[in-house]
Design a protein around this ligand. Structure first.
Ligand code: ADP
Length: 500
C-alpha cells in the first residue's frame, strides 16, 4: 500500500499541493501565488500557462520537502477555483486567451442578451443558477465572440474548453499527446450548461451560447480514476482519482455528509454550502442549487449554496489598493483598536452583489461616515461586512431548506481572525466551529481520490478524522444585533443601480 495522497488545490490567488497521510494530517505542502491580471475595470484574468507551471512547481516542492517520490503517492485529487474558464487549442496545447476568472463581470451584456424577455431565471429550472456574470459558459461565449479566429477554430473541432480542473487534468495526463478531457459533476454544475437532473450537457443551452459540443469535456463523478500522470512527468502512472470544485471539496473535507449539514469558507469570497442529499432543492431566496459531490456510481448529492464575491479580497484591497494595512493579519489589530464600527458600514460590491441579491449593477459603498470615523472603524466595518453578508446567506438558507442550523463549521484563510469569528457568532446567534485541519479544500479532494482507489473506505473515515479546534459562542444583545443588521441592509440599498 502506498502511503500518501496528494491534493492539488488550484485557487484564485495561489496554487497549492499538499501531501496527506491516512489520518488526514498534512505531511508537507508547496504553495505559489500567480499574477492577478486586471486589464479593465471589472475584468479579471489569469494566465493558464502560469497556473500550469505553478502547479508542477508546487507538486515538486511538496514531494521533495517530505523526501517523497511519485512511488509514495496512492492517488491525486484535484480541487480548483470554480467557474474560471479556459479555452485552448488541443493540437498545440496553447490557450487562445487568458483564463477569465469567476469574479470577472465582462459578460454582463451577453447575460442580458441570453436572458431576453425571460430574464435572469431563464435556465434556472434546468441548471439551478440564475444568469449572472459569475458562471463559466458565458465566459467561453465571450472568448468565441471576441478572439479572432476562435469561432472558426472551435467549429473545426480544434478547441477545447474547461474549468481549471479540466485544464490541469488534461495537462497532467499528457496534454496534446493524449490528455484526458474530463470534468466532474461539481465543476460542470457551475457552467450553466449542465442539466442538474441528468448530469449531462444541455445541448440547447450550449446552442444558445454558440458553444460547439465538441469543445465540452466529458462529465464524470467526483471520485473515480480519470487517468494517470503522464510518463516523463512528475507523477508518472499515478492515478488521478478525485475532482471537486473548491467549495464542494471543503464541504466534503468538513464531513458534511448528512442532510442539513453546512460549512462556510472564508477566502477571497465566502461560500456557504448545505447538503440537501439526493433531493434537488430549488431556491426561492437567492441561493444556488448545485451538485455537492458524487462518489463513483452512487447517486449525486446536491447542495444549496450562498456565494459571496468579496470577503477576504476586501482585506486584500485595503492592503494593496488603499494601503490601510501592510499585511492581511494586521487588520485584526487595527479592528481591535476600536470598540465598534463607529457607525460605518462597508458594502464591498466590487463584482456586483452575489447571493442573495444577484445584482451585477451594484458597486461598493462605504456609508455612515462622520468626522469621528478612524482607520480602526473602517477595518472593523470591513471585517463586519463578511459577517453581515454571511448572516444574509444563512437567513436565505434557513428559508429555503427549513433547517435551523445549530452550529456553523468554518474554514478558509480568514478564520484565523478571532475578531471576525467572534463577531460572526454574535451576528448569527449561532456557534461557529473551526476544525483542526483548516485546509479542508485540499483535504476534501484528497479524500475523494483516496476513496476512489480504496486508500480510505468511505465517508466514515472522513467523519472519524474530523476534529474540532476552536468554538466561538454568541455573546451579543438581541436589540443590538437587530440594529446592526438593519443598518447593514440599509447600506446595501445604497449600492444598487450604479452601472448603466
Ligand atoms: P483563496 O483560497 O480564495 O485563495 P484563502 O482561503 O487562502 O483564499 O484566504 C485568503 C484570504 O484571506 C485573502 O483574501 C486574505 O485577505 C484573507 N486573510 C488572510 N489572513 C487574514 C486575517 N488574519 N484576517 C482577515 N483576513 C485574512
Amino acid at each position: 500500500m502506498k502511503d500518501y495522497i496528494l491534493a492539488i488545490d488550484q485557487g484564485t490567488t495561489s496554487s497549492r499541493a499538499i501531501v496527506f497521510d491516512h489520518s488526514g494530517a498534512i505531511v508537507s505542502s508547496g504553495q505559489k501565488e500567480h499574477e492577478q491580471i486586471f486589464p479593465q475595470a471589472g475584468w479579471v484574468e489569469h494566465d493558464p500557462h502560469e497556473i500550469w507551471t505553478n502547479v508542477r512547481e508546487v507538486v515538486g516542492l511538496a514531494l521533495t520537502k517530505a523526501d517523497l517520490t511519485h512511488e509514495d503517492i496512492a492517488a491525486v485529487g484535484i480541487t480548483n477555483q470554480r467557474e474560471t474558464a479556459v479555452v485552448w487549442d488541443k493540437n498545440t496545447g496553447k490557450a487562445v486567451y487568458n483564463a477569465i476568472v469567476w469574479q470577472d463581470t465582462r459578460t454582463q451584456k451577453i447575460i442580458d442578451k441570453l436572458g431576453g424577455d425571460d430574464g435572469a431565471d431563464k435556465y434556472k429550472d434546468r441548471v439551478g443558477l440564475p444568469l449572472a456574470t459569475y458562471f463559466a459558459g458565458p465566459k467561453v461565449m465571450w472568448i468565441l465572440e471576441n478572439v479572432e479566429g476562435a469561432r472558426e477554430q472551435a467549429e473545426a473541432g480544434d478547441l477545447l474548453m474547461g474549468t481549471i480542473d479540466s485544464w490541469v487534468l488534461w495537462n497532467m495526463t499528457g496534454g496534446k499527446n493524449g490528455g484526458v478531457h474530463v470534468t466532474d459533476v461539481t465543476n460542470a454544475s457551475r457552467t450553466m450548461l449542465m442539466d442538474l437532473t441528468t448530469l449531462s450537457w444541455d445541448e440547447s443551452i450550449a446552442a444558445d451560447m454558440g458553444i460547439p459540443m465538441s469543445m465540452l469535456p466529458e462529465i464524470r463523478s467526483s471520485a473515480e480514476v480519470y487517468g494517470q500522470g503522464r510518463r516523463g512527468g512528475m507523477l508518472p502512472e499515478v492515478p488521478i482519482a478525485g475532482i471537486l470544485g473548491d467549495q464542494q471539496a471543503a464541504t466534503f473535507g468538513q464531513a458534511c455528509f448528512e442532510v442539513g449539514m453546512a460549512k462556510n469558507t472564508y477566502g477571497t469570497g465566502n461560500f456557504m454550502l448545505m447538503n440537501t442529499g439526493e433531493e434537488l432543492v430549488p431556491s426561492k431566496n437567492g441561493l444556488l442549487t448545485t451538485v455537492c459531490y458524487k462518489i463513483g456510481d452512487k447517486p449525486a448529492i446536491y447542495a444549496l449554496e450562498g456565494s459571496i464575491a468579496v470577503t477576504g479580497s476586501l482585506v486584500q484591497w485595503l492592503r494593496d489598493n488603499v494601503g490601510l494595512i501592510k499585511t492581511a493579519p494586521e487588520i485584526e489589530d487595527l479592528a481591535a483598536s476600536v470598540d465598534d464600527n463607529g457607525g460605518a458600514y462597508f458594502v464591498p460590491a466590487f463584482s456586483g452583489l452575489f447571493a442573495p441579491y444577484w445584482r451585477s449593477d451594484a458597486r461598493g459603498a462605504l456609508v455612515g461616515l462622520t468626522r469621528y470615523v478612524k482607520a480602526g472603524h473602517i477595518a472593523r466595518a470591513a471585517l463586519e461586512a463578511t459577517a453581515y453578508q454571511t448572516a444574509e446567506v444563512l437567513d436565505a438558507m434557513r428559508a429555503d431548506s427549513g433547517v435551523d442550523l445549530t452550529e456553523l463549521k468554518v474554514d478558509g484563510g480568514m478564520v484565523v481572525n478571532d475578531v471576525l469569528m467572534q463577531f460572526q457568532a454574535d451576528i448569527l446567534d449561532v456557534e461557529v466551529v473551526r476544525p483542526k485541519v483548516a485546509e479542508t479544500t485540499a483535504l476534501g479532494a484528497a479524500y475523494a481520490a483516496g476513496i476512489a482507489v480504496g486508500y480510505w473506505d468511505g465517508e466514515q473515515d472522513v467523519i472519524d478524522n474530523w476534529a474540532e479546534d476552536k468554538r466561538w459562542r454568541p455573546d451579543l444583545d438581541e436589540d443590538e444585533r437587530a440594529r446592526m443588521m438593519r443598518n447593514w441592509k440599509k447600506a446595501v440599498t445604497k449600492t444598487m443601480d450604479w452601472v448603466d
